[in-house]
Design a binder for this molecule. Structure first.
Ligand SMILES: [Zn+2]
Length: 333
């Protein structure tokens, strides 16, 4: 049975993006698959009075089940109210939809926003597919994110060897002909916890850690000039905090040379037309670091609540840090 996101208390991205672009901040888009991630996201958003996008990929839907995720999103809204937020602004968004059928299924099942990722297709095919999704979505008051340009890295089914920056000369034609509500662009961010190969980076002589190449702000500014005020999205924008990586490695993990996007650059991007920043790996790292440390320190414990509680607290701390210190979306409700 079809259900509209409005019945679940969710909102689409239209108003929150318009405010974010005007206000010079970005909305956090956190991926989730588990109850603990959902709780941590809601607690952080309520505490910092931030709108928030909870997003799920096709892989997350397969892992957690679409019906369960729908009701978890509804639960997130009710939980936010219970925590004292009178008017929570929560979006349930499909990350990297790869077909019209998947997007339609999400729209029919309570999603308030979908991404159709036709970025691997030839240009005209990307336009045709995106336009088809936009027509169905807009008939249901659901917003659509599209993508132009290719990001490198691995995220569920999304894989690309090489990245191709978005071509600023294409964005007006693409946005106009598809009618999309926001556009994910490629300016050097990348999926996963290994965003750059060591040969793409320099090494800090003091710490021996990798220093990644800077984002292509010239491309971002050229796109903003072509589409003033149009909502821009950055994927693959985890920072891969070295303290979490070090904790994981100190407690039996093996993540050599994991590297992300420096937070100063994301802070700068948030002040521009970039109004949605996707963060997934940092949540995975925060959860894994806390669990590994706990297991190491309490080998006699086996109740999942014992190790999932510090994992949840560590994720909440990370989410609040992103909201306040990187995206600037705090105190916006
Ligand atoms: Zn992505």
């Amino acid at each position: 049975m079809a259900v509209s996101y409005k019945e679940l208390g969710l909102v689409n991205t239209k108003e929150m993006f318009a405010k974010a672009v005007k206000g010079g901040y970005a909305i956090p888009a956190f991926n989730f698959n588990t109850m603990e991630q959902m709780q941590a996201i809601v607690q952080a958003a309520v505490k910092q009075k931030s709108p928030v996008i909870m997003q799920v990929s096709k892989g997350a839907r397969n892992y957690a089940n679409g019906t369960i995720l729908r009701y978890m999103a509804q639960g997130a809204v009710e939980y936010a109210k219970e925590l004292g937020c009178a008017n929570p602004q929560i979006v349930l968004h499909l990350d990297h939809g790869d077909s019209f059928e998947l997007c339609k299924d999400c729209i029919d099942n309570g999603f308030s926003s979908v991404m159709i990722d036709g970025s691997a297709l030839p240009y005209e095919d990307n336009i045709a597919l995106t336009k088809k999704v936009v027509e169905y979505a807009h008939a249901h008051d659901v917003t659509v994110e599209a993508e132009l340009g290719v990001l490198a890295g691995v995220e569920d089914e999304v894989q690309a060897e090489e990245s191709h920056y978005t071509k600023p000369e294409e964005v007006i034609d693409f946005a106009t002909r598809t009618g999309c509500d926001s556009l994910a662009i490629s300016i050097g961010t990348s999926h996963g916890a290994y965003k750059f190969k060591p040969e793409q980076c320099t090494r800090d002589p003091k710490t021996g850690k990798l220093v990644p190449p800077p984002l292509a702000f010239d491309v971002l500014h050229a796109i903003e000039k072509k589409l003033p005020g149009f909502p821009i999205v950055l994927h693959g924008s985890s920072s891969v905090p070295q303290d979490e990586v070090d904790t994981i490695n100190a407690h039996g993990g093996k993540l050599p040379d994991a590297v992300g996007i420096p937070e100063e650059q994301l802070r700068e991007a948030s002040k521009s037309a970039v109004c949605k920043i996707n963060i997934d790996s940092d949540s995975r790292l925060a959860m894994t670091a806390a669990i590994r440390k706990y297991f190491d320190e309490h080998p006699e414990h086996f109740d999942p609540r014992q190790y999932l509680k510090p994992a949840r607290e560590n994720m909440q701390k990370m989410y609040e840090h992103k909201i306040v210190d990187v995206l600037g979306s705090n105190n916006k409700l």
